[in-house]
Design a protein around this ligand. Structure first.
Ligand SMILES: Cc1cc2nc3c(=O)[nH]c(=O)nc-3n(C[C@H](O)[C@H](O)[C@H](O)COP(=O)(O)OP(=O)(O)OC[C@H]3O[C@@H](n4cnc5c(N)ncnc54)[C@H](O)[C@@H]3O)c2cc1C
Length: 465
């Protein structure tokens, strides 16, 4: 029987399925616009198939399932539409949010300057308007590559034609006695920051374990919020993993000038406290009193889902320049990937927004049938106080460096070379120098002219070979 309020719609039977419920038939509940029981059969009148299965009417509906809820997942979904892909897109993310960006978490969201709306990559209405379905709060538990199906934490089994893994990464945990005490935080998600903010009271003592970008960004916000901040770094300088002594020294001066205590060559061994954190115990026995701690000691890629599906993983999900895994129907993008970089001639696993965005764009183009390869020069940024640091390439591997500008003015750039070839740059409050450096990486550049603020950057760029 046709419901009275829908009687004006013309019926068009496109398929007959004998075994409801919908998720078993390959149809989505919401898409079962017209269905009538006729003996044991369900007559589907207007539906979009899942799993790219051929309906009896002969139609093939391609479905792309994206696993993840971060930058890579959100960008891939949007880029698929930009690439004119018209099939189904389903984004499945385990966090209870629409896709969001993480950089503000240690910056404007931690300080309270941004609300959630500015953390979301795009508003919810964007996904509706582009016919992109987002299932938040649902974890993909497993992949069956042979049947091209994923099993979800809510019991659903969902078919795909192509699957994109954008599972990102999670914080590396500090395996130390007392590590589960309340007051000890990690920082990767909105929920993590909400918890930190509850503990973020002026006058409280915060110990930040790890002097990398995230730790230092938290230090900057915490000191501005009136907390007493100590940064513990086990290496002999902060930022050692990612930049040169010049930049480490600059940032150490900036932070100490703001009242942050930086303790290098200090390893956190355990956490003190009975029902809540009271201090961080360092190797050697010194106890640093602490009301809260934030641990930022790196991340590890979320590869378990891929590994269990038999995909090659090696410090990330191994993909080729088209972002394909070793299963032709499964792609991966973002922090979770180990990918080839032709500019540097080796494989990389990157932890940055530009990588997540660009790799997702490339992936979307390939999924939409517009072949494209990923060949970007890695870059990254960090905001601390009034300083915007923009980095391109890998400065730690350079043979020599030149500076342009004066660090005491808080506006300068350091350019790094292998012979005459520019390989990397760090630019502080110097957007122009950074933009030029991005174009110069891999080129032969006159370092003397680059170091001379009197020489126009355009001239340096034009002369580069
Ligand atoms: C606090 C912070 C500050 C940062 N600041 C900067 C910055 O200033 N500049 C910069 O370039 N980069 C910055 N980064 C790094 C940048 O945010 C990451 O490189 C980027 O988030 C990577 O995006 P992604 O989508 O690959 O992974 P993620 O953002 O990690 O997203 C992956 C998502 O997948 C979900 N997921 C994983 N497994 C499953 C599953 N099985 N089922 C369903 N969902 C799953 C996860 O819950 C997560 O939501 C920062 C990161 C953090 C944490």
């Amino acid at each position: 029987m046709v419901p009275a309020n829908q009687a004006h719609v013309t019926l068009r039977v496109i398929d007959v399925v004998h075994r409801p419920p919908p998720h078993e038939t390959g149809y989505r509940d919401s898409e079962l616009k017209w269905a009538m029981s006729r003996s044991s059969a369900l007559v589907v009148v207007s539906a979009v198939t899942m799993a790219g299965e051929r309906t009896r009417s002969g139609r093939i509906a391609m479905t792309i399932v994206i696993v993840g809820g971060g930058h890579a997942a959100g960008q891939a979904a949007a880029s698929l539409r930009q690439e004119k892909y018209e099939g189904e897109i389903l984004v499945i993310g385990e966090e209870p949010h629409i896709p969001y960006q993480r950089p503000p978490l240690s910056k404007q969201y931690l300080s309270g300057e941004y609300g959630l709306d500015r953390v979301h990559l795009r508003p919810a209405r964007f996904y509706e308007s582009k016919d992109i379905r987002v299932r938040s709060g649902v974890r993909v538990e497993s992949i069956d590559p042979d049947r091209r199906r994923v099993a979800c934490s809510d019991g659903a089994e969902i078919g795909y034609d192509k699957l994109l893994l954008a599972t990102g990464a999670r914080p590396r945990r500090l395996a130390a006695p007392g590590g589960d005490l309340p007051g000890i935080h990690y920082l990767r998600t909105i929920a993590d920051v909400d918890a930190i903010r509850e503990d973020f009271q002026p006058g409280r003592r915060i110990v930040i374990v790890g002097g990398g970008y995230i730790g230092l960004e938290v230090a900057a916000i915490a000191t501005k919020a009136g907390l007493l901040v100590t940064v513990l770094e086990m290496e002999d300088r902060i930022l050692k993993r990612v930049t040169t002594p010049t930049m480490s020294a600059f940032y150490e001066d900036i932070h100490t000038g703001q009242g942050v205590e930086i303790r290098t060559e200090m390893r956190a061994e355990s956490f003190a406290g009975s029902d809540r954190l009271s201090g961080v115990v360092c190797a050697g026995g010194e106890v640093l009193p602490a009301d809260l701690a934030v641990v930022g000691i790196g991340i590890q890629p979320n590869v378990e889902l891929a590994e269990a599906a038999g995909l090659e993983c090696n410090n990330g999900i191994v993909v080729d320049e088209f972002t394909r895994t070793d299963d032709p129907n499964i792609f991966a993008a973002g922090d979770c990937t180990n990918h080839p970089n032709p500019v540097f001639g080796r494989r990389l696993r990157l932890e940055s927004v530009p990588n997540a965005m660009e790799q997702s764009r490339v992936c979307a183009a390939n999924l939409a049938g517009n072949p494209k390869t990923y060949a970007n020069v890695p870059w990254f940024w960090s905001d601390q106080y009034d300083l915007k640091l923009q980095m391109v390439g890998f400065s730690t591997e350079a043979e020599r460096q030149v500076e342009r500008g004066d660090p005491t003015t808080r506006r300068f750039a350091v350019f790094y070379f292998d012979g005459d070839i520019l390989t990397a740059a760090d630019a502080v409050n110097s957007a122009r120098e950074f933009m030029v450096a991005r174009q110069l990486v891999g080129k032969r550049v006159d370092s003397g002219k680059l170091a001379d603020p009197g020489v126009d950057l355009r001239a340096v760029l034009q002369a580069a070979t």
